[in-house]
Design a protein around this ligand. Structure first.
Ligand code: PMT
Length: 311
């Protein structure tokens, strides 16, 4: 293993609470992969949203982060449009593919009752709801979209490992698009208190351990032939490109998408060995989002990678 100690990774997984629904996840995943392998499609795993870090085993409190899941959901729509089958590994409750144009605040205002037995979508939202339902149903019916939810850092990393090892035989035709905001620190399960932490004991002092960087393991062991895109988020634009370049070299991914917190919906920089490319949304088109142009570029790069892997 390149930069993560094998012991550190094994001890993370050995001490994690096992996934509750592992058999169900595996069944769905294997079925999805089988359907798509016979169709000769490319498969991408898009990770999305933030992971929580529980502070108690019977969790009442947890540490979380800002990620809305917008990037992952919008990327998923664009990958499906480009002909990919997508395993969407997302944080429960975050943004979903095809729902961006629906009002979320308050969603129920979309609906009205013409009489006691019927429900209708309000005329102002008919088009958006129709498109969302049709696109989502088509993607699922054609086995182009498999949605797998997670909440905690423990669930996320175990599920990522399941997906990566299940996709190993897909080789260069598989891709990882790691847009989730993954916790860097956590409370190890064995050192976590079982019950709710009592406030009467005064100020809380907790020590957080470092989550092993799984990118190394993914690249080296789990799915070494897959095309791999990681993300780098910073709040200080002065260090963003330098950090992304370091990550590119350290984890040997195929590209790092660098984004700054406050401008992430306007532009990103794709950092790779062939140079840095700034990708922006088309500001003259109100509907345009940065993922339309970003995924087009990534799909092109993936095509080149597949061609080169076969020569
Ligand atoms: O969800 P949105 O609100 O739309 O925002 C999108 C986004 C800003 C979350 C997204 O574009 C993004 O940048 N995601 C990655 C954020 C992040 O976790 O950056 P990082 O620098 O902490 O991690 C870099 C990479 O290492 C990530 O691809 C992550 O998957 C990986 N990682 C992180 C921790 C860890 N223990 N193991 C990892 O492999």
């Amino acid at each position: 293993m390149s930069s993560v100690g094998e012991d550190e990774v094994s001890s993370f997984f050995e001490s994690s609470p096992p996934l509750k629904n592992m058999e169900d996840i595996l069944e769905k995943l294997n079925g999805f992969i089988e359907l798509n392998s016979s169709g000769g499609r490319r498969i991408v795993c898009v990770t999305s949203g933030g992971t929580t870090v529980p502070l108690e085993q019977r969790c009442v409190r947890y540490i979380d982060n800002f990620s809305s899941g917008n990037r992952g959901a919008a990327s998923t729509e664009n990958f499906v449009k480009a002909g990919y089958a997508v395993v969407f590994l997302y944080r429960s409750g975050t943004c979903q593919p095809y729902c961006r144009s629906l009002p979320d605040d308050p969603f129920l205002e979309c609906f009205q009752f013409p009489d006691k037995t019927n429900i209708q979508v309000h005329s102002s939202h008919v088009e958006a709801v129709k498109m969302a339902v049709m696109d989502q149903q088509a993607a699922v019916a054609e086995a182009r979209l498999l949605k797998l939810p997670f909440t905690t850092i423990y669930e996320y990393l175990q599920m990522l490992r399941l997906i990566a090892t299940a996709l190993k035989d897909f080789g260069p035709c598989s891709m990882f698009h790691l847009a989730a905001a993954v916790s860097d620190f956590y409370v190890p399960w064995n050192s976590m208190t079982e019950h709710k932490i009592q406030s009467g004991s005064g100020p809380l002092d907790i020590s957080l351990a470092q989550v092993p960087k799984m990118l190394s393991v993914l690249r080296t062991n789990w799915a070494p032939k897959a095309f791999c895109i990681s993300f780098k988020l910073e709040t200080d634009s002065k260090i963003l490109i330098e950090k992304a370049t370091k990550a590119l070299l350290k984890y040997q991914v195929h590209a790092v998408v660098a984004n700054e917190l406050s401008t992430r919906k306007e532009e990103v920089v794709v950092v790779s060995s062939s140079g840095n490319v700034v990708v922006r949304r088309d500001s003259d088109k109100p509907e345009s989002i940065v993922e339309d142009n970003l995924i087009r570029l990534i799909v092109d790069r993936h095509s080149t990678y597949i061609k080169e892997s076969h020569t």
